[in-house]
Design a protein around this ligand. Structure first.
Ligand code: BGC
Length: 726
């Protein structure tokens, strides 16, 4: 973080010196406006709190038709500036996770582009749109690595892999914050939910986490480290406890690791009501104790629990905390307000109305990104693209015309009717469309299935839009079953039974992988759409019609059944690995293969790619070398398309058993039919170091296999060994 100019630092010290304890606690307290509800506790008296100095930050302001967000935000700022004693402006925060009013695809979908430039650009657009509405902070990016699709919040992150999540984290921070936080088109980013929240027990939201120190350091920490290197302004500890110690009070992970080892100097924002919830965790008996534990662990801003407001005075009086500790937190908060430009020009964000061109080009970008986020899980050649269906298309299923669902679980300021549904987009084309939903999203009622089936005779193609409701993923949306909700399976099976040769294309909307092996085996094409955002319909039509060849890859493995969870590519080998030649005493299931339904990185396109001639150089490596990788890629298909290549490594003999595959680099190549080119990728040898048995980083000499291919399925990778010298 940049140091402030001496004058700005002095201004902060003057303010701190002038503050009462109430005003200090106020700068450490964030209260909800309630335009959106993102937690159980609601607060009263927002304006009176701002006036008295008891509230220094506001979250969840959306405005309304009568008073749009920017006006509402400016009015809140005016009250803070003109009606509070010290006139300190507010930070106004919202969960702008994948867009503000113009929604990009949910993060799990956008992650599948594996394209840092786009990740950064969409965050920059989201920031500009939110800032134009007066927002100065977003609670994003969420950088929890998640390997358990039962957990609903996987939708907010970048999937199962620490390398992808780290790249995603840094790109999002750069996009949200830009080079200068004072720029009124940028907002402060808050990386969350530190640390290991993606591993809640049994995928159940708000549950405990049990993770080894190694897994915390190797899998969960790198994305936070990447966010910090990118200059992230804030970090939010998660709701969870780590083996009994709630994160909000975890001095080792917050003070020693985050502030110490990682050198994080920014602001720590609690999760919603999390400081007060130390009571329910059973580690504090009063709000004063809650406040003490959190402040001592370095948490600067209390979101919504009132523990700092009510508990700090008592904690101070009893000598549990010192005034210097409070001042240190206030100093960090005021430093961020200064860096955001709020102390100099509190009305800058939201002053200028965005131009129609800016809005139009953002929409076009949202459409492009959404189209590129779709993952073609399976398709039979010749079914797609649907250049001209040459006859009626039956558009069926509960998600064919469900604009609100397209937003996913964090819609920010996008109204329920604003996104464009698949049906609406298809109706823009000169194609004959027949439509019936057949069933509701989550009801057992099958009475309308016959109506849907009656549309089939004479149709050229069936487009079946199935999946989860938006709120079946996201916060407090864990699922123990990963199948299609309600009677959707009955609808799909009835359609497949009655299709009699009509190609059936399924568009699957979800915030997580679903257990759809039964479906994948029967349909002609299966497209994972996640939740594509505002431009869902046009983006899906772009891909179906071939304007865009699918490029999205899944950044999570899809389990065949819930019993395989967690299934992820970076598992360790086991002393008794399973395999085709292996005997009975091996690490496997009796009733299912170990492999996922779709591996990490899977995604088909309209091309057909063949990889040959992997070359890795140098083959003898020293610690400071760069490993260069080349692979020949040939498009044997009939359509131009883009291929994504992953480079993994495998350390076959190390002092600690290493994962079967570790991701090192990703590249893309676009080829015309029949075209062949060499793709070049590279990664530093230093990234091959790992934590030894004492958790000390070490680069061990010896053989390393470098593998390249289109996904994490071992049989599809080309490999070459190299040697690290002592
Ligand atoms: C969520 C956070 C979110 C916050 C504010 C909490 O319930 O866990 O991710 O940023 O609410 O809306």
């Amino acid at each position: 973080m940049h140091a402030l100019a001496p004058q700005a630092a002095q201004r902060i010290e003057r303010l701190i010196a002038a503050m009462t304890l109430t005003e200090k606690a106020g700068q450490l307290s964030m209260r909800a406006a309630g335009d959106v509800v993102t937690g159980p506790a609601q607060a009263q008296g927002l304006l009176s709190g701002i006036r008295s100095g008891a509230v220094g930050h506001v979250l969840n302001v959306l405005g309304s038709e009568v008073s749009p967000s920017a006006q509402t935000c400016h009015e809140l700022q005016r009250v803070a500036l003109e009606e509070s004693r010290l006139g300190i402006p507010l930070i106004i925060a919202l969960d702008v996770t994948h867009g503000y009013r113009t929604l990009f695809p949910v993060c799990l979908g956008e992650a599948g582009l594996l394209d840092e430039a786009t990740w950064e650009l969409s965050a920059r657009e989201a920031a500009a749109e939110a800032a134009a509405a007066g927002i100065s902070m977003t609670f994003a990016p969420m950088v929890d690595v998640s390997r358990d699709p039962r957990w609903g919040r996987g939708v907010e992150g970048a999937g199962e892999d620490p390398w992808v999540t780290s790249q995603f984290a840094a790109a999002k921070v750069r996009g949200f914050q830009g080079r200068d936080l004072a720029n009124p088109q940028q907002v402060a980013a808050v990386a969350k939910h530190y640390l290991g929240y993606g591993a809640v027990t049994a995928g159940r939201e708000y549950a405990s986490v049990e993770l080894s120190q190694r897994t915390l350091l190797e899998v969960h920490l790198p994305a936070f480290a990447a966010a910090i290197r990118a200059g992230v302004a804030g970090i939010m500890p998660g709701f969870h406890d780590l083996a009994g110690c709630p994160m909000t009070a975890h001095r080792h992970w917050l003070i020693e690791q985050l502030r110490g080892e990682l050198g994080f100097k920014g602001v720590m924002v609690s999760d919603y009501n999390a400081i007060g919830e130390l009571l329910q965790h059973g580690v504090a008996a009063s709000l004063a104790e809650c406040a003490t534990l959190a402040l001592r662990a370095g948490v600067d801003i209390d979101m919504m629990s009132g523990a700092y407001e009510q508990g700090l005075p008592e904690a101070l009086e009893r000598g549990w905390i010192t005034e210097a500790q409070i001042d240190a937190a206030v100093r960090r908060v005021l430093t961020l307000k200064t860096r955001l430009g709020l102390l100099d020009d509190p009305y800058a964000r939201g002053r200028d109305i965005e131009s129609p061109e800016a809005i139009t080009s953002r929409r076009a970008l949202a459409r492009e990104v959404a189209a590129r986020s779709l993952v073609l899980l399976r398709h039979r050649e010749d079914v797609l693209p649907l250049a001209d269906p040459g006859g009626p298309i039956c558009v069926l299923g509960p998600l064919a015309d469900a604009p609100a669902q397209m937003r996913g679980p964090w819609p920010a300021a996008c109204g329920p009717n604003e996104p464009i549904s698949v049906l609406q987009a298809l109706r823009e084309l000169p194609w004959e469309i027949r439509h019936a939903s057949g069933v509701d999203l989550d009801s057992e009622d099958t009475s309308r299935i016959p109506d849907a089936l009656s549309l089939l005779p004479g149709a050229r193609t069936v487009l079946l839009c199935l999946g989860e409701a938006a709120l079946m993923s996201g916060e407090a949306a864990s699922r123990a079953r990963l199948d299609l909700p309600g009677a959707q399976r009955q609808l799909a099976e009835a359609v497949l039974d009655h299709a009699h040769g009509i190609p059936v294309i399924v568009v699957l909307f979800s915030g997580r992988p679903l257990t759809v092996g039964w479906l994948a085996g029967r349909v002609d094409a299966l497209l994972a759409a996640w939740f594509p955002g505002s431009q869902a319909g046009p983006a899906i039509v772009d891909v179906l019609s071939g304007r865009v060849s699918p490029v999205g890859r899944t950044t999570v493995s899809w389990p065949r059944e819930v019993g395989q969870v967690p299934v992820f590519f970076a598992q360790r080998p086991s002393g008794r690995p399973a395999g085709p030649q292996a005997g009975p005493f091996t690490s496997r299931y009796l009733d299912l293969p170990n492999e996922p339904l779709f591996p990490f990185g899977h995604g088909e396109s309209y091309g057909s790619f063949k990889l040959t001639r992997l070359r890795v150089a140098p083959t003898v490596l020293r610690a400071h070398d760069i490993v260069e990788v080349w692979v020949e890629v040939l498009n044997e298909g009939r359509h131009p398309a883009e291929e994504t290549i992953f480079v993994f490594t495998r350390d076959p003999v190390a002092s600690v058993a290493r994962p079967l595959l570790e991701l090192r680099a990703v590249g893309h190549i676009t080829l015309k039919p029949g075209e062949q080119e060499s793709l070049h990728l590279s990664f530093p040898v230093s990234t091959l170091s790992f934590l030894d048995s004492t958790l000390t980083p070490v680069l061990e000499p010896g053989e390393i296999e470098v593998l390249a291919g289109p996904c994490a399925q071992r049989s599809r990778l080309l490999g070459q060994s190299v040697r690290i010298l002592p």
